[in-house]
Design a protein. Structure first.
Length: 270
């Protein structure tokens, strides 16, 4: 309450011990104070460090703000690729400004491959949540060029949902994923630092085939992500995402290009 009424010193004294104990929201709040100089001396390096600790605990506002720090080079060396990574983490959790920032990066091809269709997807989600800047970008047709058509994409066969009668005898992994066309799309269903969580998720009898999971390294930590399906277009991926069983969608799946997945496997974020 002290923070809401401008008693920043009081808020700081409450948040510091909580942040040191690992409380993600307090870490994010403390980071904001160091970023803005409210109640503390402005220190962008400390802001970055506290945002990082909160972001690693899946605090979506901290993830988005960490993306801003990387994009702007505030308190850390500027790195658009890392900015996109953290914007995507925030966006996939449903945070509107993470969706907006990711959409901008995809629209302009900054830190990632330019992808107007995926940009429209994330900007649309942000606009629905009331982000006026996202609405402005969607209305500004001058920003939207025709996406290049790849002949091999049109020839791809959709690998669509099939009822799963039994647990996979062989869980598909990186080798299968890397053989999929980089121009195709897939659905990321889950991301976790705990491989056991992934194994339990894949054992769900409602899990459709073909599902797979892969390991990537982010800032020295192993992360495991579950993906499902191979789709030639973004629209096909959207269509089948709506057909997934409710229990499978509890972690808010999002559409991802295989080129991006290949990069996550082969190029760790350091």
């Amino acid at each position: 309450m002290g923070f809401l009424f401008g008693f920043y010193n009081l808020a700081r004294d409450i948040w510091i011990p909580l942040a040191n104990d690992g409380h993600a929201k307090s870490q994010a709040n403390l980071a904001w104070m160091y970023q803005t100089g409210k109640g503390v001396d402005k220190d962008l390096k400390l802001a970055y460090e506290w945002y990082l600790q909160a972001a690693l605990q899946n605090h979506n506002i901290a993830q988005n703000n960490l993306g801003v720090m990387y994009e702007q080079g505030w308190g850390v060396r500027q790195n658009n690729r890392r900015a996109v990574y953290w914007y995507r983490e925030a966006a996939s959790s449903g945070y509107s400004y993470g969706q907006f920032n990711l959409g901008k990066m995809l629209l302009d091809g900054i830190g990632t491959e330019k992808n107007p269709k995926e940009a429209a997807y994330w900007l649309g989600l942000a606009a629905v949540q009331g982000v006026d800047e996202a609405k402005g970008l969607l209305i500004n047709k001058a920003k939207w060029g025709a996406e290049q058509q790849h002949s091999n994409v049109a020839e791809l066969k959709v690998i669509a949902p099939t009822p799963k009668q039994h647990q996979l005898k062989e869980v598909l992994r990186e080798n299968w994923i890397l053989t999929q066309p980089a121009t195709a799309f897939t659905l990321q269903l889950l991301s976790s630092k705990d491989e056991n969580v992934v194994a339990q998720y894949l054992a769900d009898p409602h899990m459709p085939d073909p599902s797979a999971y892969f390991k990537s390294m982010v800032l020295g930590e192993a992360w495991y992500a579950v993906i499902y399906g191979v789709f030639p277009t973004f629209e096909e991926a959207q269509k089948y995402m709506r057909l997934l069983p409710p229990g499978i969608t509890r972690y808010k799946p999002w559409i991802r290009k295989f080129a991006d997945v290949h990069g996550a496997i082969q190029n760790p974020v350091e």
